[in-house]
Design a binder for this molecule. Structure first.
Ligand code: 9Z3
Length: 309
């Protein structure tokens, strides 16, 4: 059984930090609206689906947030203001390059007259410098707002609020919906309050369909915006037909279709009258080119055509 999108919001309370995040997005959009530039809402990472109100366990998915965080950097390079709506603990723009042990491996300790100081190793300076410079420029110009979420409900509340704030940007708003949002969940009223107990035996968990928010998003929340959705499949034979089906159903501008295992090397961009394959050559992979650079170039070019009078 599936419910209508309105019912989701009337039966699932807004997250505790929703008011604060909404205020941050209001401030950001008000500032950028006056500048008359383009703005992108990028969604990134997976969503959790809690199995208990006091959540100990949840259903999750694979998404690392590479697509979203890398794309955010390329949109910033194209002079977009960016709202980056990301799953906490998934990758974030700029810092994604130096995750985990790699960060510590960039550093060395030097000693001078007994005093220790920390420096970036000379042989990696060239790697760190352009990223640090871009990060600092973006910070100074306040072109990037990162807003985190964890659960499916957190995400859906923030998504609607962000869309409503983008409405006044009209065609200058671009939505790039790269988050891997769960299709299934347990509605709030069917979830136990406390941690499920193993002495009650194995639980039977019945998941329901999440309402398709792309429908109100395109037709009601941001009707003039350039909306790009993503379609993930594991079966190559249904990928393009699924992408076409989504375009016909939701009537937005573009679907970027990808296969789980090859998503870092190849995507197919489907519009109402074109199908374009974007891929990395072995040489490009060798030289660490990212497919997101090609995707963002393609998308921003199409957005420019869409915006031009
Ligand atoms: C994607 O297809 C993204 O490209 C990935 C990126 C999630 C595969 P990573 O985060 O992976 O870099 O590890 N996102 C959308 C997937 C999705 O759930 N789409 C919905 C669907 O296919 C519709 S919006 O039905």
């Amino acid at each position: 059984m599936s419910i209508y999108w309105e019912e989701f919001y009337s039966t699932h309370a807004a997250p505790a930090d929703f008011g604060d995040n909404k205020a941050r997005m209001e401030e950001f959009t008000a500032r950028h609206l006056a500048k008359m530039g383009k703005i992108a809402l990028i969604t990134s990472g997976g969503t959790t689906v809690p199995l208990e109100h006091n959540t100990v366990r949840f259903v999750d998915n694979f998404s690392a947030g590479t697509r979203g965080s890398a794309s955010a950097e390329y949109f910033l390079q194209e002079d977009y203001a960016v709202i980056f709506l990301y799953r906490f603990k998934s990758l974030e723009p700029f810092v994604r390059h130096f995750m985990g042990q790699k960060f510590l491996d960039l550093l060395e300790i030097t000693k001078n007259e007994g005093a220790s100081s920390i420096q970036v190793k000379t042989n990696v300076t060239e790697e760190v410098l352009p990223i640090l410079q871009q990060y600092q420029a973006v910070k100074k110009s306040q072109q990037l707002l990162c807003v985190g979420f964890t659960s499916l409900a957190d995400y859906l509340w923030l998504l609607r609020a962000a869309c409503e704030l983008l409405t006044p940007f009209k065609t200058r708003a671009l939505l790039y919906l790269a988050a891997a949002v769960s299709d299934f969940y347990i509605p709030s009223h069917q979830m136990p309050t406390h941690k499920m107990q193993s002495d009650s035996g194995p639980p039977t968990i019945s998941l329901q369909l999440v309402p398709k928010m792309l429908k109100p998003l395109v037709s009601l929340w941001v009707p003039e915006a350039f909306v790009v959705s993503f379609k993930l499949e594991t079966d190559e034979t249904i990928l393009i037909s699924k992408a076409r089906g989504a375009l016909e159903k939701y009537n937005h501008k573009m679907v970027i279709a990808n296969i789980l295992q090859t998503r870092k090397q190849k995507v197919v961009v489907v519009t109402s009258n074109t199908v374009t394959e974007l891929l990395l050559t072995p040489e490009e992979i060798q030289s660490d080119l990212e497919i997101e650079e090609k995707i963002v170039k393609f998308v921003t070019k199409s957005h420019a055509v869409f915006c031009s009078p």
